[in-house]
Design a protein around this ligand. Structure first.
Ligand code: SF4
Length: 329
């Protein structure tokens, strides 16, 4: 694997950061052209300083994680909390320490090892990315953003996150946590839009520090601030390093008046049925009869729809005689 530069989101073990560029985009790119109020700048220096003191020690932030460890973590963390990701991440990296190790196994093994992280298509996408890295890049996770983006299953967010966290590059890394911090601190609203907008991307780019290493630290630090302090349910402004310049707080925390926020209901949904079906298949080393799958959900129409969906997504292979298995390739 290409040796990455020291992961910039190492937090307390980071070397002394370079000084924030006082006249850089973090201070000049706001206002009329980004919609950011003057009170929203500059943000990165206090947030990066806070991060140096408070960042969690997570395995994908350690130098030994390398770019592959960062990529695996980013796939897993996109829709799953850290506490649930940690054990699966450790097992995954122990079993598949390099992309080629994962690529050498059937995609169904990735689905099996994904366990109960949810949204298991991510396991297939990660397997596909590992195969492409092995074929196209000699088994090394590429550092070039365009090459990352060209990998199957890698979107704008993941490409930016890997380039930034593993290789210390300057990219706007806009996950849910960062979007919420920027919405509150800069735009002055409680929540960002349901889907990422062009205006958010523009604002995030404008707020990037000029210095590459500082930009990478800002990306990790603003994400951590959203995860630990400025959370969706309970913002802890008394612990926030930018409380004095947070636009939403200074405006008296006006209530959300945008479209209703998407819920995360699970019980009774097709997602729940799919999870139960996959759990049966994961626990068996070989093919499973239809009758075993029929046990997991009482409602036959929904059960059939969920199973059809798993087959259509390539997560389950139907065989002859009513048997099903995880995909072999
Ligand atoms: S002051 Fe409060 S609302 Fe504003 S960014 Fe900090 S934690 Fe979030």
């Amino acid at each position: 694997m290409t040796a990455p530069t020291k992961p910039p989101h190492n937090g307390p073990s980071d070397p002394a950061r370079t000084a924030a560029s006082p006249g850089g985009p973090g201070t000049s790119g706001t206002g009329a052209d980004t919609g950011a109020p003057a009170s929203g700048v500059p943000l990165h220096a206090p947030v990066v300083d806070w991060f140096a003191e408070h960042a969690r020690d997570l395995p994908w932030r350690r130098p030994e994680a390398g770019a592959w460890g960062v990529m695996v973590s980013e796939f897993m963390l996109q829709q799953t909390p850290v506490s649930r990701v940690l054990p699966v991440y450790e097992q995954w990296l122990a079993r598949w320490p390099r992309p080629a190790d994962l690529a050498a196994e059937a995609p169904g093994e990735a689905v099996r090892a994904w366990g109960r992280l949810g949204y298991p298509r991510r396991a297939l996408r990660l397997h596909g990315a590992a195969a492409a890295i092995t074929e196209r890049h000699g088994g090394d996770v590429p550092s070039d953003h365009a090459q990352l983006l060209a990998l199957p299953g890698i979107g704008e967010y993941t490409a930016a996150a890997v380039a930034s966290f593993a290789y210390g590059q300057r990219h706007a890394v806009l996950d849910t946590n960062v979007r919420r911090v920027l919405a509150r601190a800069v735009t002055g609203v409680q929540y960002p839009p349901n889907a990422t907008t062009a205006a958010e991307r523009k604002l995030a780019r404008a707020l990037l520090p000029d210095d590459e290493a500082e930009a990478a630290r800002w990306a990790a630090a603003s994400m951590e601030l959203g995860a630990l302090v400025c959370t969706a349910k309970n913002e802890s402004c008394h612990r926030c390093p930018i409380a004095g310049r947070c636009a939403w707080r200074l405006a008296g925390k006006p209530a959300h008046d945008g479209p209703p926020r998407r819920g995360q209901t699970y019980a009774g949904t097709d997602r729940q049925v799919r999870g139960r079906l996959l759990a049966v298949l994961r626990e068996q080393p070989g093919p499973v009869p239809q009758a075993a799958l029929d046990q997991v959900w009482h409602e036959p129409v929904q059960r059939a729809r969920a199973l059809d969906g798993l087959v259509a997504d390539g997560l389950v292979e139907p065989l002859a005689d009513g048997l099903y298995r995880l995909p072999l390739g």
